[in-house]
Design a protein around this ligand. Structure first.
Ligand SMILES: *Cc1c(COP(=O)(O)O)cnc(C)c1O
Length: 388
């Protein structure tokens, strides 16, 4: 299985692809198991929205399903339908909820809508009056101001004896703003608000914690935890007590190696002036592939504070970006490598085991999530299969 988006006749071997992504499904499963270990009695779900954080919902979903995951979260019903093909009897929760015109996807693929507003609830009641009992999740906003009924609305709903019998929520959920900040006072505040709701919905499962919340301890775990980033090798800044295994390695091909003289400029805006005679490796990756422009060496806001550029890795050495990153290409300074060490056709590691994603994201002024979800369509993917 592959997510390669081009016609089959245009497919190239992984060995010849300009851009390639290796996804280690064993690492993915190991991360899920590590999360399960620290989640105590709570069931361990898996959040695989945005194409499994850019790594491929079908392959990742299938591996997690084989390992025993049975509770998945996606954003849209379309994502849910893709996942259903590889997770036959799992529960699949759709965070964006149900909308007029999309109902058929929910019923055809057995997806559970997450209801997050009074408006959606009203629509849902109308749907139920036609189809009869069907599970749903009620999402409650305990402070995030993103999605969810207010706590008051949720308590009112829990107490409403006039609700149609077909309305049968299987779970109440909420989401933390500061789960990655262990000492934030927002966490106990949201926890207390959510407890009230969870108690009011007696006999209904409750779920609060994503990766950060899991690290906050058992009070936050309730019945089901919803890890995302930790499965895919990140921590989201939380202290999990274990280091997630690297799941994704991204590599780009060098298209050309060229020599340039001190005083010459590199890339758009001519904002990078070479201070020495240099050797430049041009790689086939740019911001069109989610290699953030913020990693440029000069001429972008992220570098105004004088911090260093992004770096890739090649055979034991870090090589810095030179000048502005362009849509499809990035120049790297390879002057410090021995002459001939890097040639056109070689691959450099953009991130992975040797060039950690988290610090690269920090250089770009962003987070691991953004880097993974933005990988784009041009990567040729290769999956190391999950073998128990
Ligand atoms: C994205 C998301 C998660 C997973 O978050 P991570 O920080 O990646 O673990 C869990 N729950 C909800 C509602 C989300 O939107």
């Amino acid at each position: 299985m592959t997510d390669f988006p081009f016609p089959e006749t245009a497919m190239v071997d992984f060995d010849a692809a300009p851009l390639r992504l290796t996804v280690d499904l064993n690492a993915l499963v190991e991360n899920w198991r590590s999360i399960r270990r620290i989640s105590g009695k709570a069931r361990t779900g898996a959040v695989v929205k945005a194409d499994a954080y850019g790594l491929g919902v079908e392959d990742c979903g299938e591996a997690l399903f084989s390992a025993g995951a049975r509770d998945f979260f996606v954003m849209t019903a379309e994502e849910g339908a893709s996942l259903r093909a590889v997770a036959p009897d799992a529960r699949i929760f759709v965070l964006a909820g149900i909308w007029p015109g999309l109902e058929h996807l929910f019923f055809e693929h057995d997806l559970v809508p997450v209801i997050s507003s009074w408006q959606q609830l009203t629509h849902w009641m109308g749907v139920l009056s036609e189809v009869g009992p069907y599970p749903c999740v009620v999402q409650v906003d305990t402070g995030f101001n993103r999605l969810g009924l207010s706590v008051e609305e949720a308590l009112e709903l829990a107490d409403d004896n006039a609700l149609p019998q077909a309305f049968s929520p299987v779970m109440v959920m909420s989401h933390l703003m500061c789960g990655d900040e262990a000492t934030s006072p927002e966490n106990p505040r949201q926890l207390a608000a959510f407890r009230k709701v969870a108690e009011a919905f007696e006999g209904v499962e409750a779920s609060l914690a994503a990766t950060g919340g899991i690290a906050l301890g058992s009070a936050y775990h309730f019945d089901l935890v919803r890890p995302g980033i930790a499965l895919f090798g990140g921590t989201g800044g939380a202290s999990l007590g274990f280091t997630p295994k690297v799941t994704a390695t991204a590599e780009a091909r060098i298209l050309q190696v060229r020599d340039a003289k001190a005083g010459e400029a590199v890339s758009y805006g001519a904002s990078h002036r070479l201070t020495r005679d240099s050797r430049i490796a041009v790689a086939c990756v740019g911001y069109g592939d989610g290699y953030p422009r913020g990693l440029s060496s000069t001429g972008v806001p992220e570098r105004l504070d004088g911090s260093g550029p992004g770096e890739a890795w090649f055979e034991g050495k870090f090589i810095p970006v030179l000048g502005r990153i362009t849509m499809d290409m990035t120049m790297f300074d390879v002057t410090d490598l021995p002459e001939g060490a890097i040639r056109a056709g070689d691959y450099i590691e953009l991130f992975g085991e040797n060039r950690p994603l988290a610090s690269l994201a920090t250089s770009a002024g962003t987070i691991e999530y953004d880097m993974l979800a933005g990988l784009g369509l041009r990567y040729q993917r290769s999956y190391i299969p999950f073998a128990d």
